[in-house]
Design a protein around this ligand. Structure first.
Ligand SMILES: Cc1cc2nc3c(=O)[nH]c(=O)nc-3n(C[C@H](O)[C@H](O)[C@H](O)COP(=O)(O)OP(=O)(O)OC[C@H]3O[C@@H](n4cnc5c(N)ncnc54)[C@H](O)[C@@H]3O)c2cc1C
Length: 379
C-alpha cells in the first residue's frame, strides 16, 4: 500500500494552528501525516495588543499553551526552521530534516527594527506580548506630554492598528484625567490617514473628534534619541515625549535563502491558488504571503480554509475544487464603547457602516472566540 502523504506546516501561529486543525478534521490519520513546526511555547492573541497597554485586559488571558489548541493527532515539532530545500522537498530545522509531499509556509512576519536607525532602545510598540506589557508600565507612569503614534509602513499586519491605538489612547487619557496635559499626534506614511479610501473620511472624523493631530505623508527615516525627535524621509521632524511606532515588518530570513520568489522575504504567490510560481506542492498563507490585500488574522483563517480543502481534494477526499477570493474581514475599535466592521475581497470594495456598540462587543469577545473556536480550526 502506498504511504499516506506527509503535510508539513511551517509556523505555529494564527494561520498554522488554524490550518493544521482544519486539515485534521478533513483528513484522518490514515489519509495524511500532519506535522506543524514552530518555535513558540505558547500562543498569544495579538489583537489584545490594543487592550493590554491600557490595562483593559488581564494579560494572563491573552495566551494559551500551543498543545492546548492543537489536535493531539497532529505532530508538533518545536524547533527553529532554518531552511527549505525545494528540490529535495525537505525542510531543515536546528535538529531535524523533514520530508514533505505538501508544504505550507505560515511563518508570518518578523519585526525589522534595524531598518530604522535609532528605533531600538527608544520607540515603543504593542505588536507582541512583551512590548505591550512594557507599554502598559510606561502608560501607567505617564503624567503628560506629547505622544506620537505611527507606523513605519502602511502594509503591516492589522493595518488599522495605529488608528485604533490612537483612539483608545485618547479614551484612556480622558479616563485618567490626563487628556488636557497630553497631546496625541497621528503620523502616517501615505498622503491619507489609511490606505482604503472608503475608510478615510470616517477615520479622519474620529481622529479629529478625539482631538488627535494628523500628520500624513510622514515616511519614517530615523529617530534621534538624544533630542527625542523622529525624522521623515522628506526632511520633516517631530518632537515627542513618548513615541509609539509600529516597526517595519519583513518575512523570515530563511525565505530569502530558499530560492522562492519574494518581496522583502514575503513569498510571491498566485493570488487565487496561494502557490508560488511552478510549485503546486507549496502553499503560503497568512502574513508570510505577498498578496494584494492587507495582512490580517481573518485573511489567514480564510486562506487556511481554502488550502485545507485544496490539499484534501488533491489527496482524493473532496471532489469539488475552489479558489481563494481574497476575503478579509476586520472589526475596529472606534472608541467610547463602539466599533466598526468592514469586509471586502479582490472584487468587492468595502462597505463602511457607522460605529456601533454591537461591533465593539464583537471585537471584545474576539479573543475568547479566538482561543475556543478559531485557533482550533472550527471556523
Ligand atoms: C496589535 C495587533 C492587533 C491585531 N488585530 C487583528 C484583528 O483585530 N483582526 C485580524 O484579523 N488581525 C489582527 N492582527 C493581525 C494578525 O494577528 C496577523 O495577521 C496574524 O497573526 C497572522 O498570522 P500568521 O500565522 O501568518 O503569523 P503569526 O501569527 O505571527 O505566526 C507565525 C508563526 O511562525 C513562527 N515562526 C516564524 N519563524 C519561525 C522559524 N524560523 N522557526 C520556527 N517558527 C517560526 C512564529 O513563532 C509564529 O508562531 C493583529 C496584529 C497585531 C500585531
Amino acid at each position: 500500500m502506498e504511504r499516506a502523504p506527509r503535510i508539513i506546516i511551517l509556523g505555529d501561529g494564527t494561520a498554522g494552528l488554524n490550518l493544521a486543525n482544519k486539515l485534521r478534521k478533513l483528513l484522518s490519520v490514515d489519509d495524511a501525516f500532519i506535522t506543524i513546526v514552530g518555535n513558540s511555547h505558547r500562543h498569544y492573541y495579538k489583537g489584545d495588543g490594543f487592550l493590554i497597554p491600557f490595562g483593559y485586559k488581564k494579560p494572563s488571558e491573552s495566551y494559551k499553551p500551543i498543545d492546548f489548541l492543537l489536535s493531539p493527532k497532529i505532530e508538533h515539532v518545536r524547533d527553529e526552521i532554518t531552511g527549505i530545500r525545494i528540490k529535495d522537498r525537505t525542510v531543515l530545522t536546528r535538529k531535524k530534516t523533514l520530508n514533505y509531499d505538501f508544504l505550507v509556509i505560515a511563518t508570518g512576519a518578523r519585526l525589522a527594527y534595524d531598518k530604522v536607525p535609532g528605533y531600538l532602545g527608544e520607540a515603543k510598540h504593542f505588536y507582541d506580548f512583551e512590548h505591550s506589557m512594557e507599554l502598559r508600565g510606561i502608560l501607567d507612569q505617564f503624567k503628560g506630554g506629547t505622544i506620537v503614534v505611527g507606523t513605519c509602513q502602511a502594509n503591516v499586519p492589522c493595518a488599522p492598528s495605529v488608528f485604533e491605538f490612537s483612539i483608545l489612547l485618547d479614551q484612556y487619557l480622558r479616563e485618567k484625567g490626563l487628556r488636557d496635559k497630553a497631546s496625541i499626534k497621528y503620523i502616517y506614511p501615505q498622503e491619507k490617514v489609511f490606505p482604503i479610501d472608503e475608510m478615510v473620511p470616517v477615520m479622519e472624523k474620529l481622529l479629529r473628534d478625539s482631538e488627535i493631530e494628523i500628520e500624513t505623508g510622514f515616511e519614517v527615516d530615523s529617530i534621534i534619541q538624544k533630542n527625542h525627535e523622529i525624522h521623515s524621509k522628506s526632511g520633516k521632524s517631530i518632537n515627542y515625549d513618548l513615541l509609539v511606532l509600529v516597526p517595519p515588518h519583513m518575512g523570515q530570513n530563511f525565505i530569502a535563502e530558499s530560492g522562492l520568489e519574494n518581496v522583502d522575504n514575503f513569498v510571491t504567490v498566485d493570488k487565487n491558488k496561494l502557490t508560488p510560481p511552478e510549485h503546486d506542492e507549496i502553499f503560503v498563507i497568512g502574513d508570510a504571503a505577498n498578496l494584494p490585500i492587507p495582512k490580517a488574522g481573518s485573511a489567514a483563517w480564510m486562506q487556511a480554509e481554502y488550502v485545507a480543502k485544496e490539499i484534501s481534494r488533491r489527496v482524493g477526499k473532496i471532489m469539488v475544487g475552489s479558489e481563494y477570493e481574497g476575503d478579509v474581514g476586520c472589526t475596529l475599535y472606534t472608541g467610547n464603547g463602539t466599533g466598526l466592521t468592514i469586509y471586502f475581497n479582490y472584487s468587492k470594495r468595502p462597505k463602511v457602516s457607522k460605529p456601533r456598540r454591537f461591533d465593539y462587543l464583537l471585537k471584545k469577545m474576539e479573543s475568547d472566540a479566538y482561543f475556543s473556536v478559531i485557533a482550533r480550526g472550527m471556523i
